[in-house]
Design a protein around this ligand. Structure first.
Ligand code: GDD
Ligand code: MG
Length: 337
C-alpha cells in the first residue's frame, strides 16, 4: 500500500531551526521527525511518496544514507514540487504512481492513531474517503466535522471555522484513507486544498466521507512550543527521564538535567541546568548555563552562566547574554518572519 506524506511546508514558524533543516528532518528524541511518522505505519504500507517543496535534497540524502529502522522494508520516493500545489494538488501530482486505495498523512504530526485499524474500517464501510478524527477543546485552529458517530458518516467539513460556529469537537487529525476516484475531484493546473475544496465535496459523494475517531497522543510540530511538547510527551510515554546522546561528557553529579533531550557531541559545562529543553548535535553549553523550555540548534554556542527561558537559538548562533533572556529567537535571518 502507498502513502502520500505531505511535507511541503517551509516550517516558517519553527525558524531559525528550519533554515538549514527541513521540518521532517528536525530531530525529535535525536531522530528525524519523519522517522517517528514512518515507524507508525503498518508493514503493508511499503511505498512512501514524500511530497516536498523545500530542501528536498536534504531528504534524499537522509533516505540514501540513513540506517533508521523506519526505512526498513519500504521504498521512499521524494516527489518534488517546484511550487507548492496545496494539499490536494500534492496528492494529484502523484496520480501516475497511485493505483489503489492509498493513505495520506500530514507530515507534521506525531500521534497514537492505529493506522492499520483506520485502513480496515475504511475498507469495511466502502467509503470514498475516511478521516482520522480527534476530539479537542480548541477546535477552530483545525478542520472540524459534523458527523454521526454511530455510522461514522461525515455530513460537513469546515476548515478552521470561526470561533462559535464549530459543528463539533471532532477535528481532522491529518490522516486519510482515500480511494483513487477521489483523484478525479482534484482539478489540475492550480493549487488545490483537500480541506477547502475536496473534503466538502466528498461529503456529498454517494460513497461519502467517514470518520475514524481515536484517543491518545496527537501533537503537531508547528511551533517551538509544540516541538518541546512532543519531546515531553514522548519522553513521558517511553517512561524515560532524559535522553542524552553520545560524547556529551554528561555527569549527573555536576549537572542537573530534567525532562530534556541532548544530541550527540554536545559539550555540557560544569553546573549546567537543563529543564524541559532540547539541545541539538554539536552545541556548546557553557558552565553554569540554565535552560528552561528552550531549544538550542545544531552547533550553536551558549556562553557560560546565560539563563534562557522559552528561547530558540538557531544553528551555529552564539548567545552571550549578561541578563536572562526570555521568549526570543536568536539567529533569525529576517526578523520580520
Ligand atoms: N506537498 C505539499 N504541498 N504539502 C503541503 C502543502 C503543499 O502545497 N501545503 C501544506 N502541506 C503540508 C504541510 O507540510 C503539513 O504537513 C500538512 O500539509 C498540513 O498543512 P499545514 O499548513 O500544517 O496545515 P494546518 O496544520 O494549518 O491544518 C491541517 O492540519 C490540521 C491538523 O494538524 C489541516 O489538514 C487541518 O484540517 C487539520 O485539522
Ligand atoms: Mg500543521
Amino acid at each position: 500500500m502507498q502513502v502520500v506524506l505531505l511535507v511541503g511546508g517551509m516550517g516558517t514558524r519553527l525558524r531559525p531551526l528550519t533554515y538549514d533543516t527541513p521540518k521532517p528532518l528536525l530531530p525529535v528524541l535525536n531522530r528525524p521527525l519523519v522517522a517517528h511518522i514512518l515507524e507508525r505505519l503498518p508493514k503493508r504500507v511499503d511505498e512512501v511518496l514524500l511530497t516536498v517543496s523545500y530542501r528536498s535534497d536534504d531528504l534524499r540524502e537522509w533516505i540514501r544514507t540513513s540506517d533508521d529502522p523506519s526505512l526498513d522494508g519500504r521504498t521512499v520516493h521524494v516527489i518534488d514540487e517546484p511550487e507548492p500545489l496545496g494539499t490536494a494538488g500534492a496528492v494529484k501530482n502523484c496520480t501516475d504512481r497511485l493505483d489503489d486505495t492509498f493513505l495520506v498523512l500530514n507530515g507534521d504530526l506525531v500521534s497514537d492513531l492505529d493506522i492499520g485499524a483506520h485502513i480496515e474500517t475504511h475498507g469495511k464501510r466502502g467509503a470514498a474517503g475516511s478521516l482520522a478524527l480527534h476530539a479537542v477543546e480548541e477546535v477552530s485552529r483545525f478542520g472540524v466535522v459534523d458527523w454521526t458517530p454511530a455510522t461514522g458518516r461525515i455530513h460537513a467539513f469546515v476548515e478552521k471555522p470561526a470561533p462559535g460556529t464549530e459543528p463539533s469537537r471532532y477535528v481532522n487529525a491529518g490522516a486519510y484513507v482515500l480511494e483513487p476516484e477521489v483523484l478525479d475531484l482534484i482539478p489540475e493546473g492550480r493549487p488545490v486544498s483537500l480541506e477547502h475544496e475536496v473534503f466538502p465535496r466528498l461529503v456529498e459523494d454517494v460513497h461519502g466521507l467517514y470518520g475514524f475517531p481515536f484517543k491518545g497522543l496527537w501533537i503537531d510540530c508547528g511551533t517551538p512550543a509544540s516541538y518541546l511538547d512532543i519531546h515531553e510527551a514522548l519522553l513521558d510515554r517511553a517512561d524515560i527521564h532524559n535522553l542524552i546522546g553520545p560524547g556529551t561528557g554528561y555527569d549527573a553529579e555536576r549537572m542537573k538535567v530534567e525532562a530534556s533531550v541532548v544530541g550527540a557531541g554536545v559539550k555540557l559545562g560544569d553546573g549546567v541546568r537543563l529543564d524541559r529543553s532540547v539541545v541539538h548535535d554539536g552545541a556548546v553549553i557553557g558552565a553554569g548555563v540554565r535552560l528552561v523550555r528552550s531549544v538550542i540548534g545544531r552547533k550553536a554556542q551558549v556562553a557560560p552562566r546565560c539563563v534562557l527561558t522559552d528561547v530558540v537559538v538557531g544553528p551555529g548562533s552564539v548567545v552571550q547574554a549578561p541578563e536572562p533572556l526570555e521568549g526570543v529567537r536568536v539567529g533569525m535571518r529576517d526578523p520580520s518572519t
